[in-house]
Design a protein around this ligand. Structure first.
Ligand SMILES: *[C@@H]1O[C@H](CO)[C@@H](O)[C@H](O)[C@H]1NC(C)=O
Ligand SMILES: *[C@@H]1O[C@H](CO)[C@@H](O)[C@H](O)[C@H]1NC(C)=O
Ligand SMILES: *[C@@H]1O[C@H](CO)[C@@H](O)[C@H](O)[C@H]1NC(C)=O
Ligand SMILES: *[C@@H]1O[C@H](CO)[C@@H](O)[C@H](O)[C@H]1NC(C)=O
Ligand SMILES: *[C@@H]1O[C@H](CO)[C@@H](O)[C@H](O)[C@H]1NC(C)=O
Ligand SMILES: *[C@@H]1O[C@H](CO)[C@@H](O)[C@H](O)[C@H]1NC(C)=O
Ligand SMILES: *[C@@H]1O[C@H](CO)[C@@H](O)[C@H](O)[C@H]1NC(C)=O
Length: 380
């Protein structure tokens, strides 16, 4: 019996070590991650280019081999922008923040950056990657919680591998001449943990999918200037955590307002230059947190609801270029209002509203074509 048992134990041992090997080869040691980062630095700084800002190397000042002569490795956990899970040899690089660093150069599929599979945060925002395409290898970074590639000069189609980053709570690719045309927003279908979805300026050219209204953690949606079209799912306004909704400059996006609930956290709503239409409901006064409302250049109609005067935190109210009728209600209670725009509507002819003189914080006022008459009071 004994030899047989031994044989079994040996087999088990082999299996265990094989599994162990699989785990270790799929993930780099901290030393290997550090040299991977160093190679990334080298690949960027080798691409010396006359158009780069003089400050483009500053971020990398601390990215050096360790000075101690007995040690030829790198202690990358102390480098500017790098965070490790633990500062010992069993740690991992979990966060890389190279935002606003004037980095300048191409990134491509052979960039070693995509070997850092333990990264939970990657921020490359506000650099200049010279119209690089986002390599599909980005899909290897499956631990990512936040990915910020905004204003960094990326171009081309957003790779479908982004759909595999199911841990993401924040995705920001705004301000790049990117496209999302083959999948549209369906690409984020499985990113159900998203809190921030910022794709402003990305050419999406499709409709806004209804499933977004099921992403209960969403607090900020920025899709300004994305060529969105068709009907905007009204249920998105009811997302319990939603604070920021920026949909401006999507001419073919059709929508209208729901009855607003009083537990809404919305503080920023911009649907300017879209095909939103219909009335602004009295229930808008339920948006107790609202600071910014921009409806400029849509097709809203009906009267401006008097209940707007309940939104005492409002700092900016932009209603120009719609089809509002009736009289402008007194907004004198909006003491924080800094920007008021009412021009180009279909209001009744009426006297100049003298309550405007009492709005001490007002610095921008647009009233042309509002059918108001009388002398402009001297306080303006
Ligand atoms: C990626 O970029 C590096 C550095 O610019 C270059 O040497 C390499 O040939 C490029 N690889 C591919 C696959 O384009
Ligand atoms: C992405 O980074 C930029 C630059 O640091 C910052 O302004 C922006 O708010 C970040 N995006 C998100 C979603 O945090
Ligand atoms: C989302 O997950 C489902 C089920 O795993 C899969 O069938 C679908 O293709 C995924 N969608 C995307 C856009 O990756
Ligand atoms: C947007 O999509 C429509 C329909 O698929 C297509 O006809 C149109 O050419 C696209 N526009 C752009 C700018 O890609
Ligand atoms: C949203 O979630 C509900 C409940 O889980 C489900 O029945 C519905 O199909 C989902 N809607 C979309 C568009 O995914
Ligand atoms: C909000 O609505 C709920 C239920 O409709 C009501 O009980 C509550 O008093 C309202 N709160 C405010 C501040 O209006
Ligand atoms: C909101 O405004 C309306 C009309 O101006 C007023 O009747 C109502 O009492 C106000 N509601 C709150 C909660 O202040």
């Amino acid at each position: 019996m004994a030899p047989c048992l031994n044989h079994f134990n040996l087999l088990q041992l082999q299996t265990i070590s094989f599994v162990y090997m699989l785990i270790t080869v799929s993930s780099l040691s901290l030393d290997e991650e550090c040299s991977t980062l160093f190679q990334f630095k080298q690949s960027i700084i080798m691409q010396d280019d006359a158009v780069c800002d003089a400050r483009w190397l500053q971020k990398f000042n601390s990215w050096k081999p360790t000075s101690s002569s007995s040690d030829t490795g790198f202690d990358c956990c102390s480098w500017d922008g790098v965070v490790c899970s633990k500062e010992d040899k069993y740690g991992q690089v979990i966060s890389l923040d190279l935002s606003e660093s004037f980095l300048c150069g191409h990134i491509n599929s052979s960039s070693t950056l995509f070997n850092l599979v333990n990264l939970q945060r990657l921020n490359l925002a506000m650099n200049n990657f010279f119209e690089s395409e986002i390599p599909p290898q980005i899909g290897r970074l499956k631990q990512l919680r936040t990915l910020n590639l905004s204003d960094s000069g990326f171009t081309g189609e957003i790779p479908s591998e982004i759909s595999q980053l199911t841990q993401l709570s924040s995705l920001d690719m705004s301000g790049n001449p990117l496209k999302l045309q083959s999948h549209g927003l369906h690409l984020v279908q499985n990113l159900t943990r998203l809190e921030e979805l910022h794709l402003s300026g990305v050419d999406i050219n499709s409709s806004v999918p209804r499933f977004l209204a099921n992403f209960s953690s969403l607090s900020s949606i920025r899709l300004f200037g994305c060529s969105l079209r068709d009907e905007f799912p009204v249920a998105i306004f009811e997302l319990p955590q939603l604070k920021i909704l920026s949909l401006g400059s999507n001419t073919n996006l059709i929508g209208s307002f729901p009855e607003f609930r009083n537990n809404s956290l919305l503080k920023y709503v911009d649907v300017a230059l879209t095909s939103f239409f219909g009335i602004v409901p009295e229930s808008i006064s339920n948006l107790n947190h609202l600071l910014y409302l921009r409806l400029t250049g849509c097709s809203f109609s009906g009267p401006i609801p008097g209940s707007l005067s309940n939104l005492t935190r409002l700092t900016s109210l932009r209603l120009a270029g719609n089809e509002f009728t009736g009289f402008v209600p007194s907004l004198v209670s909006l003491l924080e209002l800094d920007y008021l725009e009412l021009s180009g509507n279909k209001f009744e002819k009426g006297p100049f509203p003298n309550w405007i003189g009492k709005m001490t914080k007002l610095s921008k006022l647009y009233l042309t074509g509002t059918n108001m008459y009388g002398e402009i009071p001297p306080f303006l």
